[in-house]
Design a protein around this ligand. Structure first.
Ligand code: GLV
Ligand code: MG
Length: 305
């Protein structure tokens, strides 16, 4: 990955609610997106665009990754979302979140439109990234092509609520196992498929929301599973979930220190001693150990450890 921007916690903020937007500024999240899609009622969409442009231009977001989720490309709102937001605040925007991506052509369309607006407005071409939400079977089947559709793609984002609905899954609790399925994790295939595509194309993989916002233990459990697989972070919907996400998706201090130790020992072994394998205590290290340590150290450094 060329640039590992930490995305442990990605805050969803309804773009139609200036009070929530204001509150979001003070939260210790790695990233946020101002939503124009499913958290905004159809009749409020036009006003929400203006609220979002104003909020970005006002600034005060610190080092957070700044995003806007536009409506999906099959909707009547999408093109105007993109044009209004990027013309109005393109220099204050890091990425656009594109929901319900079903094929690479969705990303191509957004890439082309972004390039046109950037040229017209004298913005650097290609700086604004794309975060593609994978939210149904069609998107998952094409997830490799979607991940590689444009150099703008920075993350693949799992959309559990829409995904569960699109599969006709018999459950009403987003992120929890469907009742009656007791032979494993019903989401394992989906999550792994997204993660594989993300890693194959050098982009990040982000888990979606957990909707029982007051149940922080359940959030930790849900986040802990995707963190263990290798996901980079998770959407958060409430201040209570922020600290949990920042902790769960960063390595523990002990693991981080150990990873740095492995890197130092291996560096010394290969350069000074010219050996390809070395012992660190009882542990044998080789080039593959170095790569594993780099992952943990990289996530830790990106998280400011
Ligand atoms: C998020 O957009 C989801 O559908 O879970
Ligand atoms: Mg969704």
């Amino acid at each position: 990955m060329a640039e590992l921007r930490s995305r442990r916690s990605v805050l969803a903020v309804p773009g139609s609610n200036p009070r929530f937007v204001e509150k979001a500024r003070g939260l210790d999240v790695d990233a946020f997106f101002l939503d124009l899609e499913d958290a905004v009622a159809p009749l409020a969409k036009a006003d929400a665009r203006e609220t979002v442009v104003e909020a970005l231009n006002e600034g005060g977001w610190g080092g957070k990754i700044r995003s806007v989720r536009v409506n999906d490309i099959a909707s009547e709102w999408c093109y105007r979302d993109v044009i209004t937001v990027v013309e109005g605040a393109g220099d204050q925007l890091d990425t656009l979140v594109l929901p319900k991506v079903t094929a690479a052509r969705d990303v191509h369309w957004l890439d082309t439109l972004l390039t046109q607006i950037e040229r017209a407005r004298g913005l650097p071409v290609g700086r604004i990234g794309i975060e593609a939400q994978i939210e149904d079977a069609r998107g998952l089947v094409d997830v490799d092509a979607i991940a590689g559709a444009s150099p703008r793609v920075e993350t693949l984002v799992y959309g559990p609520a829409d995904f569960m609905a699109s599969l006709n899954m018999r459950s009403l609790v987003v992120g929890e196992q469907p009742p009656g399925y007791d032979v494993g994790d019903a989401y394992h295939y989906i999550l792994m498929r997204i993660l594989m595509a993300a890693r194959a194309h050098g982009v990040q993989a982000v888990d979606g929301p957990y909707l029982q916002i007051k149940d922080v233990d359940a959030f930790r459990r849900s986040a802990g599973r995707t963190a263990a697989l290798g996901f980079d972070g998770k959407w958060v919907l409430h201040p209570l979930q922020v600290e949990a996400a920042n902790e769960v998706y960063a390595p523990g201090q002990e693991d981080y220190d150990h990873a740095e130790l492995i890197l130092d020992a291996y560096e010394h072994a290969t350069t000074v001693d010219r050996r390809g394998a070395v012992m660190l205590g009882d542990e044998m290290l080789d080039e593959a150990s170095r790569k594993m340590a780099l992952v943990v150290a990289g996530k830790g450094r990106a998280a400011g450890m």
